[in-house]
Ligand binder design. Structure first.
Ligand code: RET
Length: 291
């Protein structure tokens, strides 16, 4: 945990040393011209907040520990999300980064500084949110912990390499090399979802729900690297506001829609989801019966 905090601090120091303060970035985003960009952040704070409240309401009568664990994983996706978008809104996790020679946005200026606006907080916080999506999906598929944690490790690696790709200023080739590495890690996750978890969901009896969640997840997740490549960090075909709205809309599908579909299924506590009173107990037989 400490090394993660040190890493986050290092990222922040690296970005801030080369650009404006978060107060200047906050003013840039919220000053007249950038309302569309600002809205792409604020709308998601509202949606993440509503999703957290929705889960708390829907899950109020859950009794089975496994159902509760899935609901908790689902809630943590939005807990990370509301924090992530607050970081972007405040300017804390935004930065102005100069692109290397040969990059289509090389020589651009933003908020009076050399460089382009990079929403680096997105890549950093995906590191924390995507594992909870995969934990919820893997549990719904009835998979085992080694497999679920493997996908979590690969998604963390994918997001950190995406962050590195966005912040590398030394070489255009190395920016894209980071991107390729991240994409390879991504394909491992796609393979586990499409092959292993699809078969496991069939055995667990959750095929119908899993098929929908799988479609939304795999198709939705492919949108992120596509946006990265088309956005200002990649080929710079899309401007920052459009890229940001792209990510925000994908977030609605891959987080809030997935969450509510899963939650509506979990609240009924069907046999395909529940694990029994002793599920996850460190001392089997001592599970309380009245909570
Ligand atoms: C990056 C760039 C490196 C290559 C790949 C990427 C994929 C990102 C994905 C993000 C998913 C985020 C979600 C967030 C929800 O909170 C990092 C853009 C493959 C798939 C679902």
């Amino acid at each position: 945990m400490q090394s993660l905090a040190a890493f986050a601090f290092g990222v922040r120091t690296h970005v801030l040393q080369n650009g404006p303060t978060d107060a200047e970035l906050f003013e840039y985003v919220f000053s007249g011209d950038n309302t569309v960009l600002a809205l792409s952040f604020v709308v998601n704070i509202v949606l993440a907040g509503l999703t957290i409240l929705g889960i708390a309401y829907l899950g109020r009568n859950l009794t089975d520990p496994r159902s509760k664990a899935i609901a908790t994983a689902l809630m943590l996706i939005s807990v990370v999300s509301i924090s992530s978008y607050t970081g972007l809104t405040s300017g804390l996790t935004l930065g102005v980064v100069e692109m290397p020679a040969g990059h289509p946005a090389a020589g651009a200026t933003t908020a009076g500084q050399d460089g382009v606006l990079v929403m680096w907080g997105r890549y950093l916080t995906w590191t924390f949110s995507t594992p909870f999506i995969l934990i919820a999906l893997g549990m719904i598929a009835g998979s085992n912990w080694p497999k679920i944690l493997t996908t979590c490790a690969f998604t963390i690696a994918m997001c950190v390499t995406g962050l590195a790709a966005a912040l590398t200023t030394s070489s255009l080739v190395l920016r894209w090399w980071w991107f390729v590495l991240g994409s390879i890690f991504f394909l491992v996750i796609v393979y586990v979802i499409l092959v292993d978890w699809t078969a496991e969901a069939e055995r667990a009896g959750t095929t119908d729900l899993f098929r929908t969640l799988k479609l939304l997840t795999v198709v939705g997740w492919f949108g992120y690297p596509i946006l990265w490549a088309l956005g200002v960090e990649g080929f710079a075909i899309l401007d920052v506001a459009i890229t940001s709205w792209g990510y925000s809309i994908l977030d609605v599908i891959t987080k809030y829609v997935v969450t509510f579909l899963a939650m509506f299924y979990v609240v009924d506590e069907p046999d395909s989801i529940t694990g029994g009173a002793d599920y996850g107990a460190t001392m089997p037989g001592l599970a309380s019966t009245d909570d």
